[in-house]
Design a protein around this ligand. Structure first.
Ligand code: AVJ
Length: 328
């Protein structure tokens, strides 16, 4: 490669990084200008945020990840038997890909291609080293839909895709947006392709609340890190100790909401967003929603997004549903 080509490709990467910072700054400006201040939950996942989420999955109070993994372990052969004979696997938000191991093993074959998509390069590096004995791992550090486009471009003749969307990440979308997202996903697939999607079910409010407000404080750290990230990446001066983590059960919307509550009247400045923002005591920034599902609504979602239901497995200890849908 010539020096010039190298120089220009480096500039490209820098441009991309700049564009991401500008997008983040603009989203922060918009979100903090709303009457109910809000920040998009995707920004919780920088490298530190992804590590803190990984720690959350080990908390005794947070049953989602273990329920998901139990279902995939117990029913791996059953699920694999319902898949097309020639299949490549794509996973949206794989993290380290630990839950996926069982199913990849059950699918088997000698050249099984696995495309984990995640925003965390560290998580994907671990994913690749952990799973490379079971599958040919092609990590994609990208957004879900960009990653989907990259992976599906490599479809081979006569091959189908299994897309995995585990852990109830679908619950982060407002219900209307979830449906739109599933339709977009459907649009990037072909008949015969399948979707394995995990959904956390409505359960007793106390059980849901403590899962998002653990006494160890890990979820609080995960939430507060969003302000830390704004300080680091956008030159903010948030005093993290002057905010506290809060989890709420919104009964009407059937979702857990995470907020950051201001402990006092205060002002923060965010240099890259050229923004000064004031908080009253008790005022909150809404940082995440985790919608919880009723069994009856899941099949309707499949139907409305253009899928047919091929299988469903439910965990008894932590009500959670694994759903296998096929593209119609
Ligand atoms: C990874 C989006 C499924 O909503 O339960 C965990 C993220 N937030 N604790 C969830 C999360 C607070 C998690 N998802």
């Amino acid at each position: 490669m010539s020096t010039q080509a190298f120089a220009s490709s480096k500039t490209k990467a820098e441009e991309n990084a700049n564009a991401r910072v500008r997008q983040f700054a603009s989203d922060v400006r918009t979100g903090l200008a709303k009457p109910q201040k809000e920040l998009h939950s995707k920004y919780l996942y920088d490298e530190l945020g992804s590590s803190l989420f990984e720690a959350i999955t080990h908390l005794p109070e947070y049953g989602i990840t273990r329920a998901d993994e139990r279902l995939l372990r117990r029913h791996a052969d059953d699920i694999a038997s319902l898949l097309p004979s020639r299949v490549a696997v794509i996973e949206l938000g794989s993290g380290v890909g630990q839950k996926t191991r069982h199913l990849l093993q059950a699918i088997g074959g000698d050249a099984l291609r696995y495309y984990p998509i995640d925003v965390s390069a560290d998580a994907l590096a671990r994913c690749e080293s952990d799973l490379s004995e079971i599958a040919e791992v092609h990590p994609l550090v990208q957004s879900y839909l960009d990653g989907m486009a990259r992976a599906t471009a490599e479809r081979q003749a006569g091959e189908s895709f299994l897309v995995m969307f585990l852990g109830s990440t679908i619950g982060n979308f407002e219900r209307k947006c979830a449906l739109e997202f599933l339709r977009d996903l459907r649009g990037s697939l072909l008949p015969g392709d399948m979707l394995l999607i995990g959904a956390d079910l409505v359960k007793e409010p106390d059980r849901m609340l403590v899962a998002y407000d653990d006494p160890t404080g890990v979820t609080g750290a995960f939430n507060l890190n969003l302000l830390g990230r704004i300080n680091r990446e956008l030159g903010g001066d948030f005093q993290l100790r002057d905010f506290e983590h809060q989890a709420r059960w919104n009964e009407q919307q059937r979702r857990i909401e995470m907020h950051l509550r201001s402990r006092l009247n205060q002002t923060a400045f965010i240099a890259e967003a050229d923004l000064t923002v004031s908080f009253r005591t008790g005022e909150t920034i809404w940082t995440e929603s985790s919608h919880k599902f009723q069994l009856s609504e899941l099949d309707g979602m499949a139907e409305q997004a253009g899928f047919s239901v091929e299988g469903q497995w439910i965990d008894r200890d932590w009500p959670f549903a694994e759903n296998l849908w096929a593209v119609r």
